[in-house]
Design a protein around this ligand. Structure first.
Ligand code: MG
Length: 244
């Protein structure tokens, strides 16, 4: 497991083992307790490519048809926050939802990658909360405003490398104030990660650190100010954020 951390003025990546962080590169001689470091989002994406309606049951609950090809939309990098950062409830919305998702972080600049070669360009997997102003999504028809507020792209806490988890069958859940709201497995994805990388890189170049959010299962619902929302994926960990 790899994380991005801050200690004082220094920002670095480190490997996490049994609660200790081993900084990568040559700048550090020592190691840290995980608890003494600030956890940062595990990459700085140039773009976040999101997939809508990628679980059958979620398409059903929104009364939308199962798409024949992935429905893509973008979130701006300005929306990024990390583990334990705060989600800011915007004044212009009165319905803000959580969406627990598996995210892929890209490790190599790439274009036109086949599904068979997809793993070569993946740095790792992490948890993602595709925070959505549901009322504005319905009102606008387009999704840009509803998905793009600052703090609406929470991801982390760490990156699990492809050999550290079973990404094709990992439990994914969302808890609101400790209560389970979403529970599924990545085995229920309509379009899996290798296919998504092939589909997306046929359209656009992906840069190192770019994020693909693969869609949410059923059970989406609203959050209120003061709520604690947690996205947990088996083999990765828990992404926790407070809504303010
Ligand atoms: Mg989503």
């Amino acid at each position: 497991m790899i994380g991005k951390f801050r200690s004082g003025d220094e920002i670095f990546y480190g490997e996490i083992e049994n609660g200790r962080v081993y900084p990568q590169g040559v700048i550090h001689a020592g190691t840290f307790e995980l608890s003494e470091l600030r956890v940062l989002p595990p990459s700085s994406p140039s773009k976040i490519v999101c997939v809508g309606l990628n679980y059958q049951d979620h398409a059903k609950e929104l009364s939308m048809e199962i798409p024949e090809t992935p429905v893509l939309f973008l979130k701006p990098p300005s929306a990024v926050i990390g583990h334990e950062d705060k989600i800011i409830y915007p004044a212009s919305s009165s319905r803000v939802d959580y969406e627990a998702e598996l995210a892929v972080v890209i490790g190599k600049r790439c274009k036109n990658i086949s599904a068979e070669k997809a793993e070569d360009v993946i740095a790792g997997y992490t948890c993602f909360n595709d925070v959505t102003a549901r009322d504005l999504q319905k009102k606008d028809g387009h999704w840009t405003r509803a998905k793009s507020f600052d703090t609406f792209a929470a991801f982390g806490p760490y990156l699990a490398c492809p050999d550290e988890m079973d990404v094709a069958d990992a439990k994914i859940s969302c808890r609101l104030n400790g209560e389970i709201r979403q529970e599924s497995s990545t085995s229920n994805l309509i379009f899996d990660t290798p296919y998504l990388i092939e589909f997306i890189t046929e359209i656009m170049t992906l840069e190192v650190g770019d994020v693909i959010a693969t869609g949410t299962p059923s059970g989406v619902g609203e959050m209120q100010r003061g709520d604690i929302v947690e996205v947990e994926i088996q083999g990765i960990g828990i992404l926790r954020n407070e809504v303010v």
